[in-house]
Design a binder for this molecule. Structure first.
Ligand SMILES: Nc1ncnc2c1ncn2[C@@H]1O[C@H](COP(=O)(O)OP(=O)(O)OP(=O)(O)O)[C@@H](O)[C@H]1O
Ligand SMILES: [Mg+2]
Length: 377
């Protein structure tokens, strides 16, 4: 997919090496409009800027105007114009914990900013390759962060569109000869200008099966990841140990991944914070006794089977809402707005997590479920 066939891009391009031709916007010359979006009063996301803040002084604060060798640049103003702090602040607000993930995103944002400035000074500034690998347990936020990454990279001007195309092996690999290449290429075509997330990427490689079409898909992916490295971010996601094995068998893939980001399991406190954040967004609140009960619930749930970090909190909240509704309807009578919002301790304690824990305690004389996960300290 070439820039020429696309509608006018919403972001700016990263500057390319070398000074721009006189009288033209910098960049590769293919689409001068891309470099001037900010000066036109739109932010990097392409939204209108009614206040005209982005170009208040008529200059091009975060644009691509070339700089003379002895010019100086106010980095804070640049950051502000690109709304970097705002974007990172949003990431902080929306995601509890995930410090290593946030750190890496901050680094990438800094790199894109510095690279853009280098380009304006005529210094070499190649667009970095941003293919990534996200490893971590179920429910640690890999898919959600991948979605945000697409948006963020679009706003930072790296990606044209920033859409997320999320696939697994079955979307890429065919069952018969000749099916795999068109399938994989179709997916890649949809992902151009955005992020391609391949969940459980290691299933693409099946060494035990002699004629497995997964290898064919991997080869096409490798080719296009290289050829379109400026227009596509591929994120491989899955469990760390299996991903390691996959990379050992596919060194070509390993060498194309610029960022390996490990998503840690959430601590008890973080899970509680996630649950409260989810409840708040849905306009529910916990009574003080319910908050205490929820802390106990989370502690027990963490040590039971099929615990899936933040996703388990999502599921727990869906069930809390069910139990609250059942309680209110069963009680009947007159009801007030506040009643509809409040989750009671009874709603929490009616969970089978407490019953299972009691049963396991009686049967095993110890904590419930598999001991795979650490309990609270
Ligand atoms: N740090 C976080 N703060 C708040 N909510 C979160 C956080 N991480 C994940 N969530 C929420 O948890 C749920 C599960 O997250 P997500 O699907 O991204 O996990 P995942 O790592 O992709 O899981 P899987 O490995 O099973 O695919 C989503 O509803 C998401 O919004
Ligand atoms: Mg996922």
């Amino acid at each position: 997919m070439t820039a020429a066939r696309e509608p006018v891009p919403r972001g700016f391009t990263m500057p390319r090496p070398g000074p721009p031709p006189a009288g033209e916007g910098p960049g590769d010359g293919a689409d001068p409009a891309r470099g001037t979006v900010l000066a036109g009063g739109a932010d990097p996301a392409g939204r209108a800027d009614p206040a005209g803040e982005a170009a208040a002084d008529g200059a091009d604060p975060a644009g691509l105007e070339p700089l003379a060798p002895d010019d100086t640049v106010d980095l804070a103003a640049q950051e502000q114009a690109l709304r970097i702090s705002q974007l990172l602040g949003r990431l902080d607000d929306e995601f509890v914990g995930l410090a290593p993930v946030k750190d890496r995103v901050r680094e990438i944002a800094a790199l894109l900013l510095i690279d853009r400035l280098r380009g304006r000074y005529g210094l070499t500034s190649s667009r970095p390759s941003l293919h990534m690998c996200f490893t971590g347990s179920p429910g640690t936020g890999k898919t959600t962060v991948a979605t945000h990454m697409g948006e963020l990279l679009r706003e930072l001007g790296y990606l044209r569109k920033g859409q997320l195309v999320s696939v697994t092996r079955d979307d890429l690999v065919g069952q018969y000869v000749g099916h795999t290449a068109p399938k994989t290429k179709e997916v890649l075509k949809r992902a151009m200008g955005g992020v391609l997330l391949i969940d459980e990427a290691y299933y693409l490689y099946r060494p035990e099966n002699e004629r497995d079409y997964g290898q064919e898909s991997i080869e096409i992916l490798l080719q296009l990841m290289e050829a379109h490295r400026e227009d596509l971010v591929v994120i491989l996601a899955g469990y760390a140990d299996r991903m390691d094995t996959f990379f050992r068998s596919n060194p070509g893939m390993a060498s194309r991944i610029a960022h390996h980001i490990d998503f840690p399991d959430f601590a008890l406190e973080e899970l509680l914070q996630i649950a409260e954040q989810m409840l708040k967004r849905e306009q529910y609140r916990l009574s003080p006794a319910a908050r205490e009960a929820l802390a106990e619930y989370v502690r027990l749930r963490m040590s039971q089977p099929r615990f899936a970090n933040a996703r388990s909190m999502r599921n727990a909240i869906d069930r809390l809402r069910l139990r609250q509704a059942r309680r209110l309807v069963a009680a009947g009578g007159v009801i007030a707005r506040g009643d509809l919002m409040e989750i009671s301790a009874e709603d929490v304690r009616a969970s089978r997590v407490f019953r299972d824990a009691d049963r396991a305690g009686v049967e095993l004389g110890g904590p419930a479920g598999e001991a795979a996960r650490p309990g609270p300290s």
